[in-house]
Design a protein around this ligand. Structure first.
Ligand code: SF4
Length: 281
């Protein structure tokens, strides 16, 4: 396959990741998928948007990758789970596309955020893209579930200005039930970011009945406070905006009856983080 003919940013533009996208990379031969994963010279993106104010500091360009090893019960983008649901794009095209926004992003104290899916499922592409953008003077952020953090070397961590780490639950059993994955590697990555003094924001999705145990939230807050590198905590109230995707993809959605958390619960969660000296919103 001639990678130079792959997608440019125009085809990736989306108002938000709340757009169902499937099979966009299904024609890429398996050998090219393997080569892309090994080299990072091509990546698979679900979509790309400009003007986000909720994915890191300032106003940001955000690209959502495909591929995720977690199966969060509340995931609002299950179409990102499969790598080849994404649009193939060369690293060169991705860098060129994002570079166009450099001056505007600087003025708005923003930058670029790579989100997903789980971006480190495509770790070589993620590292090469973030490194190239940082070299172009663009602030870089990685939004990750953290479980594959050991795929990024210490030197490569330096190319990422900010890690938005999603810790889904403090309780290991609840974490496993909620995500299908182990908590340990996520916490190991958080500790490693702290030991290298890499700035981190915690993202915590608050789901009634699943991640709203205030005792567990307090323990997580204590852990984050002790790390010393957590600049901010975003408590993200669960919502039902992704439910239609589960239906479209014919997946069993366990949270149909779960309501978004009451304002009082969100405030209590924020208070638990603030009680440990963290800035929580
Ligand atoms: S880590 Fe993110 S993309 Fe993956 S299943 Fe969980 S919410 Fe969805």
């Amino acid at each position: 396959m001639d990678l130079s003919k792959q997608t440019s940013g125009a085809e990736l533009q989306a108002k938000s990741p709340f757009e169902l996208r499937v099979n966009l990379g299904r024609d890429v031969p398996e050998s090219d998928v393997r080569k892309a994963l090994a080299t990072g010279d091509m990546g698979f993106l679900h979509s790309f948007t400009t003007g986000s104010a909720v994915d890191g500091p300032g106003v940001r360009v955000v690209a959502w990758t495909t591929g995720c090893q977690f199966r969060c019960l509340y995931c609002h983008n299950p179409d990102t789970w499969t790598l080849t649901n994404g649009v193939p794009i060369t690293l060169t095209n991705a860098v060129e596309e994002i570079r166009k926004y450099r001056d505007g992003l600087r003025i708005m104290s923003g930058g670029f955020t790579l989100s997903g899916g789980e971006p480190l499922m495509q770790d070589r592409f993620a590292v090469k893209l973030l490194s190239a953008l940082k070299a172009n003077g663009i602030h870089t952020a990685l939004d990750t579930n953290g479980a594959l953090g050991d795929r990024v070397s210490d030197g490569e961590l330096e190319k990422i200005d900010l890690v938005l780490l999603d810790i889904k639950n403090w309780n290991p059993d609840a974490h496993r039930s909620l995500t299908g994955a182990e908590l340990g590697p996520v916490l190991d990555f958080a500790r490693r970011l702290a030991s290298h003094k890499r700035p981190m924001w915690l993202r915590y999705v608050l789901v009634p009945g699943y991640s709203d145990n205030l005792g567990d939230i307090s323990q997580l807050a204590k852990f984050c406070s002790n790390l010393g590198n957590v600049e901010r905590v975003d408590v993200l109230p669960f919502h039902q905006m992704g439910r239609f995707k589960w239906n479209e993809l014919k997946l069993d959605y366990a949270l149909s009856d779960v309501q978004p958390p009451a304002l009082n619960l969100v405030q209590q969660a924020c208070a638990a983080f603030r009680a440990e000296g963290l800035k929580a919103y």
